[in-house]
Design a protein around this ligand. Structure first.
Ligand SMILES: Nc1ncnc2c1ncn2[C@@H]1O[C@H](COP(=O)(O)OP(=O)(O)OP(=O)(O)O)[C@@H](O)[C@H]1O
Length: 802
């Protein structure tokens, strides 16, 4: 047998080597350029350990140098801090300003250096000689001689850049242009890269290396010695790892199509689509880190990452700190975007589709106006200049309409205008019998009288109490509270929503108290935000002077209506309301009302929007698309598609693809990058009743816990969540029970999808939600059906027979 001309190869994979399996059974066209070339299958047993140990020792030596240098930098930063502190004594403004700048710089530096990084240094590329010198600090990626097997340059890539004392690069920041070939080079387009190496370390100790040979056609050499290629490739190694409840960064194995998104220009909007597991969330988070690196000053304005659920926020929020970025990025669930409110309830799908619809804008506008009028006094009486003045209900109604005018100004901000127009009306009544002033001095005199009148009436408690009640501060929650009454809601709904829809809305707010206190849903939060715009922040009322005599007699109130209600209403803490860049994850789920809410935080921002229409739980994609178009209004867009599924093995992806064909016919399935050889299990409970089903689910969960090292989830229809929590009880924190909508974006080593027909039947978007549920597992999937799923003899529900 002819042995191919290749470098020394050491295979580290054990019997369950996923990478090997992946190479032998891949799957469905079209595949992207294979991330890695087929690895020549020969080993040299006697050299295996020594080659690997030698390579690890070499990387250890480099890592030691890096840490020595980091310690020097740390000492330097500490010295700068101390020195800067001493300058306080100098005291001139210039010295103090310089001190502040130094302290800031050194503090930031110290903080970053002190951060405990796992895999601080994680990558290396060995490159051929470039055909041209560096330009603007970016080396050429074209080799001088593509057939030259000699490594001319070696670069190490890490989470932060580190220079040696002579300013030579010891480590290149992963986001620097020079690091791009680490991610972009493929066997089809290797550029100058001969070998890409991922270095795994724990603390300061290198524990392994994984190599990819990008030029298998060469026998590359380094310093005259044959270049070693060790391990099974970083991607497969990382995909095979057990999952925990927190997402890991992918900085050491970002793939080319992902890197193109991460490093895409910031201007306008970057739109990314891709099926489940293609890395959209991972890529979006790495992009945030990249943008900060590239233009820290600009993005000091803040980056907002909008996630669909709090569960996904806590799953992903460790990624940016692990990339050395934290402060400027806010990751918030769409139900937590309004400060002071945390969505705590779910709406039924029928209610959600009404609350999410753009029609709510009209309804809220009317509701806000109606809330202002609620319990408003219908008569104003004041006594001034010896006359009793009165405005009746009709006049007041007309006046209110004049105050509101075209409706553009937030209602709470119209109070000064309301006060002025009331005084105008009273003055007109008082002066209607007087002759019009004709001379200049008469006019001046009338003007003085008017000012005195205004001053007098404005101080009268009758007038003040009236104004406080007639133009009372209205809060968003108070408006929602008015909508708990079906008759009221139906009355103001007029054509914006149907009577049945008005009834559903009212029912969803029935639990709120009169001030709107009580739990809200993520859809309500978008309505609160809309109402905040319609209402504006009420001015803090002036504390009135209290007449001591009144106090003694107890005849008058000590506080005004406005003062009392201001004290009670919810205080909305000040949030950052504008961001420099907004990243939307799972964008397919945003409703038009949510798009409006996010748009208000991004008026000057650039955007990254990632999503998958085939996973949308929103039933009217067209309406959501128009809402997004409105928000992006004319911004240039660049589109990317991610095509490779890194999460699900091919066996699971194949089952999911059947549901995809029903849920979104014609949508291509992303190609699974690996196979485990383990086919999904179909289990059926033929006995009716929740108890038997629960027993079967528990058995399945216990079985899966024994089969995987990491996490296990059971996903059920939303209305079976409490039941499912019972099944998982006592099984430990590796197991979670999730409603179908909560599973969005998450992943587990193993998943039980229970009651698939129930999930599919939950809403108009049910099949797409089922598709999401079926694509959460990285290793094992069980589909657990009840009698309603019409399982066949093998337990496969009718739904999956496609
Ligand atoms: N280049 C990569 N290297 C290693 N792991 C990767 C890579 N790309 C993605 N992954 C892993 O694949 C899994 C899926 O990634 P992610 O959750 O970002 O996908 P997604 O497209 O957002 O999925 P979904 O649409 O289902 O929410 C994660 O575990 C992620 O770490």
């Amino acid at each position: 047998m002819q042995v191919p001309r290749v470098p020394v190869v050491v295979h580290l994979g054990g019997p369950g080597d996923l990478a090997g399996a992946a190479r032998s059974r891949i799957f469905r066209p079209p595949l992207p350029p294979a991330p890695y070339p087929p690895r020549p299958m020969h080993t040299t047993p006697e050299t295996t350990d020594s080659v690997r140990d030698r390579e690890i020792a070499e990387e250890q030596s480099h890592l030691d140098t890096v840490y020595r240098r980091l310690e020097e930098k740390l000492a330097e930063a500490e010295y700068i801090l101390e020195d800067a502190a001493k300058r306080v004594q100098v005291g001139t403004p210039g010295a103090l300003a310089e001190r502040d700048a130094q302290v800031y710089r050194a503090g930031a530096h110290l903080q970053r250096l002190n951060s405990e990084f796992e895999d601080f240094l994680f990558g290396r590329i060995d490159l051929q000689q470039a055909d041209a010198p560096e330009e603007h600090g970016i080396p050429s990626q074209t080799p001088m001689d593509p057939a030259d097997p000699a490594v001319a340059e070696t670069l190490h890539v890490g989470r932060l850049g580190v220079l040696d004392a002579e300013y030579g690069p010891l480590v290149i920041d992963w986001r620097a242009p020079a690091a791009a070939p680490f991610y972009r080079s493929t066997p089809l387009e290797p550029g100058r890269v001969i070998r890409r190496r991922v270095i795994r370390s724990r603390g300061r100790k290198v524990i392994g290396v994984e190599d990819d040979l990008l030029r298998p056609d060469l026998t590359p050499t380094l310093d005259g010695r044959e270049l070693a290629v060790v391990g099974d490739g970083a991607l497969m190694a990382s995909l095979g790892r057990a999952r925990s409840h927190t997402m890991r960064d992918i900085v050491s194995s970002i793939q080319k199509e992902q890197d193109e998104v991460i490093r895409a220009a910031a201007a306008g909007a970057t739109l990314v689509t891709g099926g489940p597991g293609t890395g959209k969330t991972a890529v979006a988070l790495h992009r945030a880190a990249f943008l900060l690196y590239q233009d820290r000053r600009r993005y000091a304005g803040g980056i907002l990452v909008v996630s669909p659920t709090p569960l996904l926020v806590s799953y992903t929020e460790g990624v940016l700190p692990s990339l050395g970025e934290e402060g400027q990025v806010a990751i918030r669930a769409v139900g937590s975007l309004v400060d002071g409110i945390e969505a705590e309830r779910y709406d039924t799908p029928e209610t959600a589709r009404i609350k999410g619809s753009g029609r709510m804008v009209q309804l809220l506008r009317r509701a806000a106006r109606a809330a202002l009028e609620l319990n408003a006094p219908t008569e104003l009486r004041v006594f001034a200049r010896g006359e009793s003045l009165r405005l009746d209900a009709g006049r007041l109604k007309a006046l209110r309409a004049t105050v509101v005018g075209g409706g553009g100004t937030p209602l709470n901000l119209l109070r000064p205008r309301a006060r002025r127009l009331l005084l105008d009306a009273l003055w007109q009544d008082l002066t209607r019998h007087l002759p019009k002033p004709t001379t200049h001095s008469e006019r001046e005199q009338r003007q003085d009288e008017r000012e005195a009148f205004d001053e007098y009436v404005s101080d009268e408690s009758a007038f003040l109490d009236f104004l406080d009640a007639w133009w009372a501060p209205v809060t968003p929650r108070r408006v929602l509270a008015t909508l708990r009454h079906p008759r009221h809601t139906n009355r103001i709904a007029r054509r914006a929503v149907t009577p049945e829809e008005a009834r559903l809305l009212a029912a969803s707010w029935r639990h709120l108290d009169a001030r709107g206190g009580g739990a809200l849903s993520a859809h309500d939060v978008a309505l609160v935000d809309e109402l905040q715009v319609l209402l504006g922040e009420p001015a803090r009322p002036k504390v009135r002077e209290v007449d001591a005599v009144d106090m003694l007699s107890g005849l008058d109130e000590l506080t005004t209506y406005a003062e009392r209600s201001y004290g009670r209403r919810e205080r909305v803490p000040v949030e950052r309301t504008e961001y420099a860049h907004v990243i939307v994850d799972e964008a397919q789920d945003l409703t038009p009302m949510q798009w409006r809410m996010i748009g208000r935080r991004a008026r000057m921002a650039t955007w990254t929007i990632v999503g998958d229409p085939a996973q949308s739980s929103w039933p009217f994609p067209q309406e959501a698309q128009s809402a997004m178009d409105e928000v992006l209004a004319g911004k240039p867009r660049r589109r990317h598609t991610l095509t490779v599924n890194y999460r699900n093995p091919a066996e699971i992806a194949e089952v999911a693809a059947k549901v995809l064909a029903l849920a979104a016919p014609g949508t291509p399935s992303p190609s699974a990058v690996r196979s485990t050889g383990v086919v999904p299990r179909f289990a059926a409970v033929r006995e009716a009743g929740a108890e038997a089903f629960g027993r079967a689910a528990r058995v399945e969960l216990e079985r899966l816990l024994g089969e995987v090292d990491g996490t296990v989830a059971v996903v059920v229809p939303m209305d079976r969540r409490a039941e499912a929590a019972g099944w998982a009880e006592g099984l430990g924190d590796r197991v979670v029970a999730l409603g179908s909508l909560e599973a969005k974006g998450l992943e587990y080593d193993a998943t039980v999808v229970a009651d698939p027909t129930g999930i599919a039947g939950e809403s108009e978007a049910g099949l797409r939600v089922l598709y999401v549920a079926l694509t959460r597992a990285t290793q094992r999937l069980t589909v657990l059906s009840g009698p309603d799923d019409l399982p066949d003899a093998d337990g496969v529900p009718a739904l999956l027979h496609g």
